[in-house]
Design a protein around this ligand. Structure first.
Ligand code: PMV
Length: 313
């Protein structure tokens, strides 16, 4: 049997992180950073870490539940990635997407539909955090701009939007690295859960406000209205601060660069130290970049991608 290689993109949550765990919608875009895995059939499987056998188990579990005929072939694998790890840009989701696609094909000898790979990848992502909403894996597999909502485990809306992020917005957006959070996404989701249990009414209201903001961000893109977009980026950030997923140093950084534009954290965030990547909207990107270089803060362009999971070999 020959080699199998799949690649999948990272993602940026424009609005709706955390709220999506509570059944609210999220608007998410795949980006041009990708992760790939190559499986090479071998005499003996060589795992590169202790997590991989667990991830493999979830593929086998998926096949058993579906009563599929499969053969657990031995393999070695190679991973390549340009997605920053553990900073809210969906590297673990892309990892789950390509492992699911690759191992499903290796063990059954056939290619699987994206919808089915997504179910397997979602179960696998739960290894990283058990309350995963599925938004990251869905966006990585589908690519493009996704409106996602999970009502129940059995009822999810994954809509590929027919419009794109206006070019003018894309040209004004930057991904700024506030640093790697001390906490994992799973821990941040858990922290929000603790707050929810303590102050249910207050958090429920914040989640409803995040839902409104998410819908307004979609509308701002449809109407190509940059000031409405900016206004809602600010609102989203304030609401995320309310649920305790933004660190003081990240708030300080946003304050220090506020004359260049507005931003929000994207993904799980972080409270103790850094909060991962910030999606930043600036009317004067060149001046903003100069300031970031002066402050030795790394950043990268926001480049949407319409390529989801792809079979490369
Ligand atoms: O994995 P991250 O850090 O990109 O965040 C995912 C978004 C959350 O809403 C925080 C968690 C989830 O599973 O939806």
């Amino acid at each position: 049997m020959k080699q199998i290689r799949y690649s999948a993109p990272g993602k940026v949550i424009l609005s709706g992180e955390h709220a999506v765990v509570y059944g609210k919608p999220a608007i998410v875009c795949a980006i041009d950073k990708r992760l790939s895995i190559t499986f090479v059939p071998s005499k003996k499987t060589i795992y590169q870490d202790e997590i991989f056998p667990q991830l493999e188990k979830s593929v086998v579990h998926f096949l058993k539940i579906r009563k599929e005929t499969y053969k657990k072939m031995a393999y070695i694998y190679f991973v390549e990635s340009t997605i920053p790890i553990g900073r809210g840009l969906g590297s673990s989701a892309a990892y789950c997407a390509v492992i699911s696609a690759g191992l499903l094909e290796l063990f059954t000898g056939k290619e699987w539909k994206k919808e089915e790979i997504n179910i397997c990848a979602y179960q696998m992502e739960k290894y990283f955090h058990k309350n995963a909403s599925g938004v990251d894996t869905s966006t990585s597999i589908m690519g493009g701009l996704i409106y996602y909502r999970k009502e129940f485990e059995f009822l999810k809306t994954i809509s590929s939007l027919s419009f794109t992020i206006p070019k003018q917005f894309v040209n004004s957006l930057l991904l700024i690295d506030s640093g790697k959070p001390e906490e994992t996404t799973g821990e941040m989701v858990q922290n929000v859960g603790i707050l929810y249990n303590k102050e249910s009414e207050k958090v429920e209201k914040t989640m409803n406000d995040i839902e409104k903001t998410t819908k307004r961000i979609v509308l701002s893109m449809m109407k190509e209205d940059p000031s409405f977009f900016e206004e809602n980026i600010i609102n989203n950030q304030l609401l995320l601060e309310k649920i305790g997923v933004v660190s003081n140093s990240t708030k300080k950084l946003l304050f220090q660069i506020k004359k260049y534009g507005v931003g929000k954290i994207t993904g799980g965030g972080g409270k103790n130290n850094s909060s991962g990547y910030i999606l930043f909207y600036s009317d004067n990107l060149e001046k903003c970049k100069k300031e970031l270089i002066k402050r030795s803060i790394s950043f990268m362009p926001f480049v949407p991608s319409y390529r989801g999971l792809i079979k490369e070999l």
